[in-house]
Design a protein around this ligand. Sequence first.
Ligand SMILES: Cc1cc2nc3c(=O)[nH]c(=O)nc-3n(C[C@H](O)[C@H](O)[C@H](O)COP(=O)(O)OP(=O)(O)OC[C@H]3O[C@@H](n4cnc5c(N)ncnc54)[C@H](O)[C@@H]3O)c2cc1C
Ligand code: SF4
Length: 716
Amino acid sequence: MLARRLLPRPRPRRLPLARHLSTRPDKPTPYSPLTEPRESEAVDVCIVGAGPAGLAAAIRLRQLSSETGKEVRVVVLEKGAEVGAHVLSGAVIEPSALDALLPGWREMEGQPLVQPVTSSGMRLLTQKWAIPIPHPPQMNNKGNYIASLSRVAAWLGSVAEDLGAEVYPGFAGAHLLLAPEPDFAWDSSSGGGGSSTGGLVRSIHGIITHDAGLTRARQKSPRFEAGVAFRARATLLAEGAHGSLSKQVVGMYGLREGKQGQTYGIGVKEVWRVGAEKHTPGKVLHTLGWPLDRHTYGGGWEYHMADGLVSIGLVVGLDYANPWIEPYREFQRMKHHPHFRALLSGPGAERLAYGARALTEGGLQSLPRLDFPGGALVGCAAGVVNTAKIKGTHNAMRTGMLAAEATFTALHPGVVFTSTAWDGTFEDVKPASASANAATADTADSDSDSHAPLSLAHYTAAFPRSPAHADLWAVRNVRPAFNTRFGVLGGVLYAGMDTLLGGRVPWTLAGHATKGLDPSTTSPDALATRPAASCQSIAYPPFEPPLSTDLMSSVALTGTNHAEGEAVHLRVMRGRGGALGADGSVQTSDSKAGPGTDTPVDADADAQRETAARRRAHVQTNVGTYAGLLQRACPAGVYEYVTDDGGRVVPGNDGEEEGWEGTKLVINSQNCIHCKLCDIKVPTQDITWTVPEGGGGPKYNAGDIGVWVCNLERVY
Ligand SMILES: Cc1cc2nc3c(=O)[nH]c(=O)nc-3n(C[C@H](O)[C@H](O)[C@H](O)COP(=O)(O)OP(=O)(O)OC[C@H]3O[C@@H](n4cnc5c(N)ncnc54)[C@H](O)[C@@H]3O)c2cc1C
Ligand code: SF4
C-alpha cells in the first residue's frame, strides 16, 4: 500500500472528446468493427505508441510548432495503462539522441538517467566458469547511462505533454483507417509493393482505438463502448518490435520488397535488489555461451543500476531451431551459474520484477521502406536495434525525430527550421516516390484546411544520411555472421574482426532467407524451426526458489491484467505468408492483400472466420510436429495444449471438434505480457496478436516499484 501511495501521481490529461461513443445494448448483440458508429476526431499527426520513438516524434513536432508559430495537433495513443507500463528493456542507454532532442536534459526536473556507466566487461560462460574476454569497441559504454526505460518513457511523456502534445495512455490503436477509394500516388517499384489502381492506392487516414466491452464470442456486451476514429494527415506507427498495425502496413504495401525479412530475439529480464557488498553502481557486464547451446544465438546481461538494484536478463535469438528450447527456463538456468548464484544469493537478495519482450535483430538489411501512404514507421516498429551494442533506444529516438521533421515539412512546406535529427535539409534529398509527393504537394499546408494524407517519402530518403543509419551500417554484418555453419563461435570470431574495422568491408552479409517467399509477410524465425523429432529434447534443472522460480510466480510480478471476460486477443488465423507444414516443409499462403483490393481494414474482420477446423489444423502441426512449441516458448504461460484423458475433444462454438487426437489448444490470454513472441515464432504462422482493450497487459512501471521507492527524492 505504502509503495502504491509513493508512485508519482498520474498527470492530468486533456481528453479530446467523450472517451468512447456508447451504444450499450442490454444483452449481447452482433458486432462488426467496420459498421459500428463511432466518434471521429481530426488531428494533424496521430502517433501510435508512447515509447522512446513515438515520444521523440511528438516532442520534436511540438518543438517545431512553437519555434515556427505553425500549429500542429499531435495525439499519442498508448495501450498501456500509463506511459511506460509496456516498455521493457535492459537498459544501458546511449544519450546521443537525447542530447540532440533536449540539449539541457541533464538539468531537467525528474529526468531518470542518473546512473552513469562506470565499467564494461564481457564474460564467456561455461557451465562452471566465467572467463573474461575482450568486448568489441561498440560495447564500450563510456558516457552511457543505466536506467529503467519504462521510467524514461514516462518522463518523455511528461515532457511531450508540457510541450502541448496530447498523450492518451489506455488507448490501444486497434484498426487502421483505410481510404474508401484509391487516393494516393504510390510508386510501388521504389520499395513499396502494394497493388495499385491506375497508379493510385488506398492510403492510411488514421487509427481507430479499441472497442471496449466485447464478449468472448465477439458480441457487444452491456458495457460496450465504440472506439474513437482519429483521422490524421500523418499516422506515425511507433509500436515497437512487431507492432500489430505495423505488421499490417508492411504486408499491405509490401514494404520489405527487395529487403530481408525481420528477425527477432526474445529478452527475458528480472530486476533484483542485491546485498550492498555485491552492488557496484554503474557496472555493465555481458555474457556469451552457457546456458545456450553453440547453435543458438543469444547472451546475458547484468547492469548495476542505482540504489542497490541490478537488472539481469537473457536474450535468445528467435531463429532457434530446436522447438524443445524454453527461453524462460534457459534464463532461470543461467541464474544457477556460480557467477549469478553468488550475486543473487545471501542477505539482502530479493527479486522485484520480471518481464519479457521481443526485440528486433535484423538490422539494416531487414529495415523495411519507412514511409507508407499517409504515414511512416518509426523506431523498432521498423527495427533499429544495433545488435552488436544491444541498444535501440538512441536509434528509435533518432528515427522519431527525423520522421517528425519530415512530417512538419510536409504539413508546412517552405517553413524554414534548423534540423536536430540529422545533418541535412529535406530540399536536398530526392524521394524515390516523387509521384506520391507531387500528389500531396498542392494541398500539403495544413493552413489550407486540407485533410489529404501526407507523403513522408522524404523521411525514407533522408534516413541513409542520418546518424541512425550510420550506427546500423557499421554493424550490419555482425548478426548475420552468427547464421553460418560455424555457429556461435564462428560468429564471435567474425564479429570481432568486423567490428574492429567498424564495418568498413566491401560486402554485406545476408540474414536468414525467406526461402523464396515474400519477406513482407514471412517470418524467417518461424521458418528456422526444425521438427521436434530431429532435435534433442532438453531436461531443464529443477527450480531453486528464490533464485529461480516457476513461470507463474514470475508472471505474478508483472502486474498483468486484462478486462474480465474480454474477447481473446490472440486469434488463431493466418495473418502472414510462409509457414511450416506438418512435415517441416515450407507452405505458402495467399494472405497478402494489397491496397486497391478489398483489403480488410482490421484483423478482427478476418478473426471472425476463426473456425474449429483452423484450430484443429493448428494443433495437428504444432503438437504433432513441433512438440507444442508455444507451450514452451511463451514467457507468460498463455498457451496450453491440453489432452483429454478419454481422447475426446470438446466441440468448439460451431459444433465441430477443435482438437486433434484428443489434444486441444487453450489460450490463457489474460496472462499475456504483450511480448509478441507467439506471432513471430509459431511454425504455422497462424497466431495473430491483436491489441486487447486499452489499459490491459503488464504494468512494468509498477513492477519497477523498488526503483520508484528508492528514487523517491528524485521523483518528487
Ligand atoms: C530485453 C530487451 C533489452 C534491451 N536492452 C536495451 C538496452 O540496454 N539499451 C537500449 O538502448 N535498447 C535496448 N533494447 C531495445 C529498446 O528497448 C528498443 O530499441 C526501444 O524500446 C524501441 O523504442 P520504440 O519506441 O520504438 O518501441 P517501444 O519502446 O517498444 O515502445 C512502443 C510503445 O508502443 C505501445 N504500443 C504498441 N502497439 C500499440 C498500439 N497498437 N496502440 C497503442 N500503443 C501501442 C507499447 O505499449 C509501447 O509503449 C532492449 C530491448 C529488449 C526487449
Ligand atoms: S501470448 Fe504471445 S505475446 Fe502474449 S506473452 Fe505469450 S508469447 Fe508473448
